[in-house]
Write a protein of this length. Structure first.
Length: 406
């Protein structure tokens, strides 16, 4: 039996999963990574607790991919949250479901998982070549810049898993875009996703509250009403609640030039109850005391209210309650894409067949954030990277062997 040669370019979750799948089916696999080590973005994501997937019902889970749900569906149908957790268990990494439904390794960090995974890949015969930057195609193969100079390598099939354009210092620098565009591959421009937003704070707001968390609020945008928390920064807002609204806010900014995030600073009380509580406060008390005792607002929440509602002192209890329940926070623009957790945009789906092969480049498959999809934080990003990497790796070995996708 002839051993097939598979190249995987990119050493993140999608690329390593593609390598594992091809190696399991008897291929000789070489992973090429431009950086000195693999899995850098995975390790960075795990610094605050590696949220590897989400335990919510599949019917809700799959909708998190929005317009890309249909082209991702087949990959998710065979490798979603339960399969990913089983895969972790096979590596000796036990996972648990947090109170929010997010799934984490018990160790929380990414390093034990990555270490166990790399050991298994080595045992499968996968070769990993770091400091090998892919530079394009030659008549006789793939070209790479290496510490020893440029080299050309020929393979039976190739999986590209080079990431998007967020966190470029970790390797996802989108340098592959012009290479593929020159070969007729259409790439939708990358845009920041799961990102912070700039707000024109006053000097007082920045000086007093930058770095402080805003907890127990509900935010509303075109994405819907979502409870959570976020952080005030010197330039604007960031955090999990902002990320949940980031696609809607980004699209509104692109469409209208600005966007509004509506905040309910007292979600535990109806507006009528809030108005009654405020009306009971002594008229001679200061506004700050009335808001603290009547609405439970002080610190950064009070700062937000003052920042966004300049006529607070002249309001009646009823209109003051209305303001607290619907603070309109104007956002100006997303933060730069290099700071974003993930991206929207990438290779358009019309250019990819159902096996993740580029129609313009037979034998070249793509996975992960190179494709045009986005998802909120919560484990959905990593799940789709693993699922598409798995599918692309299987399809690559099937193509190289002259058969159908398994």
């Amino acid at each position: 039996m002839v051993t097939r040669l598979i190249a995987v370019i990119g050493g993140g979750p999608a690329g390593l999963m593609a390598a594992e799948q091809a190696a399991q089916q008897g291929a000789r696999v070489v992973v090429f990574e431009a950086m000195p080590t693999v899995g850098r973005k995975l390790l960075m994501a795990g610094k605050s607790g590696l949220n590897i997937t989400h335990a919510e019902d599949r019917s809700a889970f799959d909708t998190r991919y929005g317009a890309a749900q249909a082209p991702l569906q087949a990959a998710l149908d065979v490798f979603s949250a339960p399969q990913l957790r089983n895969w972790c268990a096979e590596l000796g990494v036990e996972t648990f479901v947090g109170s929010s439904g997010r799934v984490f390794p018990k160790a929380m960090k990414a390093s034990p998982l990555l270490r166990a995974w790399l050991n298994r890949l080595v045992a499968q015969g996968v070769e990993i070549r770091t400091r090998h930057r892919w530079t394009g195609f030659a008549a006789d193969g793939l070209t790479f810049d290496t510490p020893a100079g440029q080299v050309v390598e020929d393979f039976d099939a190739t999986v590209l898993a080079l990431g998007g354009a967020s966190w470029p210092r970790l390797g996802s620098d989108a340098a592959w875009v012009p290479i593929l565009e020159q070969r007729g591959v259409v790439v939708s421009a990358f845009r920041p996703a799961n990102c912070g937003f700039e707000v024109g704070w006053s000097e007082v707001m920045t000086a007093r509250f930058a770095g402080q968390p805003v907890k127990a609020v509900v935010a509303r945008s075109e994405a819907g009403r979502i409870a959570g928390e976020f952080v005030v920064t010197r330039w604007g807002i960031e955090g999990s609640l902002v990320y949940a609204h980031s696609a809607a806010l980004r699209d509104a900014v692109e469409r209208d030039g600005t966007a509004q995030l509506e905040l309910d600073l007292a979600p535990g009380r109806a507006v009528e109850r809030l108005a009654q509580d405020l009306a009971r406060q002594p008229a001679k008390a200061s506004l700050s005391n009335r808001l603290r005792k009547g609405a439970g607002l002080d610190g950064v929440k009070l700062g937000l209210l003052r920042e966004c509602v300049p006529d607070l002192a002249s309001r009646t209890p009823d209109t003051l309650a209305d303001a607290i329940k619907s603070v309109s926070l104007k956002v100006q623009r997303p933060r730069p894409i290099a700071e974003a957790i993930s991206v929207a945009g990438g290779i358009v789906w019309d250019g990819v067949d159902t096996h993740f092969m580029l129609k313009a480049l037979p034998g070249v498959f793509v996975a992960g954030e190179m494709l045009d999809w986005e998802a909120p934080t919560g484990g959905y990003l990593l799940t789709a990277c693993f699922a598409t990497g798995r599918a692309a790796g299987q399809a690559a070995i099937a193509y190289a062997s002259g058969g159908e996708k398994r």
